[in-house]
Design a protein around this ligand. Structure first.
Ligand code: ZN
Length: 338
């Protein structure tokens, strides 16, 4: 079975071709440069950029995969959640291709697809295709999956294939210091002292699996207001970044491990853009090793948004004969995973 998948929920335009669990191509065009000067993603600009890039990105994916559009068996796209006018571009294009080819169309929940990205792995053998769905991924179910990006944090119990339950989460923005803040904090924090400043660990001691970083953000804002000199002193700035990062990572790791223990799983996974953060990867590795959990982290190029995970999940849904949406379906910008 050969599928084309499109992803345009936020600021990456991506197309992938997937066949029998193998990612034949995964082309991603990032818009980070475009939005950086505005300090965040501007929906109208994102949609316009998706419109401009979608066709070249899709053509490139088909070419790289060596697949002719006429030989596709199904077409998938992200249906939500995401920016409405950004989602529309990829979703409507995918519906049009499916309609023209008279093939099934599959609308995918972006967060559900993230649950699959830690299992899309690079192959070591030179002759093997670069990425494929791990053959044994079902052996590691149930597992607890942390999805964390600039826009959302979710903790999900993956019970079995296509069956999952959201344990907790938040949709408040993790950081809005600058766009994109994550890689900047990661770089500065690497040479800073994480114990230099003491920031709150929000909800760490609450019994629920929810996250909220707005209180932390407020305390960082007040700290900078009261100590403006830290921004001018390179080492103080590195210490500040390391201290903020330490607070965020501690909350994410401790709450994930606590949920995994409570749910009695033996495996923890993590994906989403923030999972590129080196400190978060290290601390998850350390904690899982200590507690005896198997850990699967999404590969760095699959942490951020990509169509490979959309295609992989779409293929699993087709194989499981999950009900498919009609071509009359619309995007669901607020589609929360349950
Ligand atoms: Zn995402």
């Amino acid at each position: 079975m050969t599928l084309l998948a499109l992803e345009t929920s936020c600021d990456e335009t991506s197309a992938a071709v997937v066949r029998d669990g193998v990612v034949l191509a995964n082309v991603v065009s990032s818009q980070i440069q475009l939005h950086a000067e505005y300090g965040g993603v501007v929906p109208e600009l994102a949609a316009r950029e998706h419109l401009k890039n979608l066709l070249p990105v899709t053509r490139a994916a088909l070419r790289e995969a060596g697949v002719d559009a006429a030989s596709l068996d199904a077409v998938a796209a992200t249906q939500g959640p995401g920016l409405a006018i950004a989602l529309l571009v990829g979703f409507k294009a995918a519906q049009a291709v499916a309609f023209a080819l008279e093939k099934p169309f599959i609308g995918i929940n972006h967060h559900e697809a993230h649950l699959y990205s830690p299992w899309i792995q690079a192959q070591t053998a030179a002759a093997a295709p670069p990425l494929r769905l791990a053959a044994d991924f079902q052996q590691f179910q149930p597992n607890v999956s942390l999805i964390v990006s600039g826009g959302h944090t979710l903790l999900v119990l993956v019970e079995s294939e296509l069956h999952h339950r959201v344990l907790g989460g938040t949709i408040d923005k993790l950081m809005s210091l600058a766009y994109p803040a994550g890689p900047i904090i990661d770089r500065l924090a690497a040479r800073g002292n994480p114990a230099a400043y003491d920031f709150p660990r929000p909800l760490l001691h609450d019994a629920n699996d929810d996250f909220s970083f707005s209180g932390l953000k407020t305390s960082v804002r007040y700290f900078i207001r009261d100590h403006p000199s830290v921004l001018a002193d390179p080492q103080a700035l590195r210490d500040l970044c390391a201290s903020i990062q330490a607070a965020i990572v501690e909350v994410l790791v401790k709450k994930t491990i606590r949920a995994a223990k409570r749910e009695g799983v033996r495996c923890v996974t993590a994906s989403g853009g923030v999972t590129c953060n080196r400190k978060l990867r290290q601390e998850l590795e350390r904690a899982c090793q200590q507690q005896g959990f198997e850990l699967r982290l999404a590969e760095k190029n699959l942490c951020t948004d990509n169509a490979a995970m959309i295609g992989i999940l779409a293929e699993r849904k087709l194989l499981a004969h999950a009900p498919l949406p009609s071509l009359a379906e619309e995007v669901q910008p607020g589609w929360a995973l349950t």
